[in-house]
Ligand binder design. Structure first.
Ligand code: ATP
Length: 333
């Protein structure tokens, strides 16, 4: 099957800065694909290369099988939703949405019809006469979406589109975006530095670091089976265990990850486990309590349901976990 977007060994260098370094990516048609990584890891550069706002230093980019080198953004079958929405403040919502259709010289009745349809899709039917300044942040975000989908692009690129919204609105917009993507059936490529957002929304996630893709996989693969220390640490703040420690537990000298929620914390002496440590801090996070436990100098995070009885700071505890919860990663010589 032809990929919606395919990058083959794509690099983009700015002087000595390797913003992207030999990135290979294939996004399937209809996929909700997230590019996740810390600030400066190259996600936005990657999105801009697909959109056509940047040109690669080397490598090949294809959109639905067509090479797009040298093709300007407006002639690619993609549209971008920017973080700041970039709406025209002096135009009403309908004209904002219809703007690109005007550039394409579509007759006015058809422009208005298409704009109204796009506004209905983002649940803003009836808001066409307002100016952007008369809308809430979430509504402005939806106008930006309507403006992007009015062209019926094959690929929609979203650069941290929920970044400006507060947590509650962010969560409801995450659900709306996912529902919209299902309705439209078009490919979404989404940039975020928020791991929770990437895991909850995407079909697959590419984790970026320092211009390179560290791992591509389903949210479950990325979360449960990280291939590197970076991914384990960045996605969901896992415990990354050093090879000496792992050797002590399982007799293999490998780096390993252990999710905080996979650790059982018991009062000392309640099990035969030799992993006994001391609680050095305890934070209440609502549904769970997060503990930091010192185990012979190794600090481990554990996350336990807040309904459980949890020993106090300074107390000794015994730790246990299922053998398959320890995920072995890179070997060391
Ligand atoms: P953020 O989450 O902060 O937006 P990002 O992962 O999207 O970060 P990019 O914006 O792609 O990262 O930047 C990757 C690297 O390339 C950074 O070191 C950045 O400073 C550099 N960079 C990006 N654009 C340019 C440019 N036009 N000129 C010089 N360096 C650039």
């Amino acid at each position: 099957m032809t990929s919606a977007v395919s990058l083959q060994k794509v690099s983009r260098h700015f002087g000595l800065v390797r913003a992207m370094d030999e990135v290979d990516l294939d996004v399937a048609p209809g996929e909700f694909f997230a590019m996740l990584g810390p600030s400066g890891s190259g996600k936005t550069t990657c999105l801009r290369l697909i959109a056509g706002f940047e040109q690669p230093t080397s490598g090949r980019i294809q959109i639905f099988g067509d090479a797009v080198e040298g093709i300007p953004p407006y002639r690619r079958n993609v549209n971008t939703v920017f973080q700041d929405y970039a709406l025209f403040p002096h135009m009403n919502v309908r004209d904002n949405v219809a703007f690109s259709l005007m550039l394409k010289k579509l007759p006015k009745v058809l422009r208005i019809k298409a704009a109204e349809e796009a506004l209905e899709l983002v649940r803003l039917g009836g808001y066409g006469d307002r100016r952007p300044g008369q809308l809430s942040g979430g509504q402005r975000q939806r106008v930006a979406l309507a403006r992007a989908i009015v062209n019926k692009p094959k690929v929609l690129l979203l650069d941290e589109p929920l970044g400006a919204l507060d947590l509650k609105l962010r969560e409801s917009m995450q659900e709306e975006l996912k529902a919209l993507q299902k309705t439209l059936g078009i490919t979404f490529i989404f940039v975020t530095h928020d791991q929770g957002e990437a895991l909850s929304m995407a079909d697959r996630v590419a984790v970026f670091n320092e211009g390179r893709v560290q791992q591509i996989g389903t949210p479950e693969e990325i979360y449960k089976r990280p291939q590197s220390r970076f991914v384990a640490d960045f996605v969901g703040s896992s415990n990354v265990l050093d090879p000496e420690f792992v050797y002590w537990i399982v007799g293999e000298k490998r780096w390993a990850s252990l999710r905080p929620e996979a650790i059982h914390v018991m009062a000392a002496g309640q099990s035969a486990s030799r992993m006994t440590g001391t609680i050095i801090s305890k934070s209440y996070l609502g549904p769970v309590i997060r503990l930091m436990i010192d185990l012979n100098g190794t600090k481990l995070h554990a996350s336990v349901p807040s309904n459980d009885a949890v020993p106090a700071e300074g107390e000794k505890v015994t730790l246990g976990f299922a053998k398959d919860a320890l995920h072995l990663m890179e070997a060391t010589s």
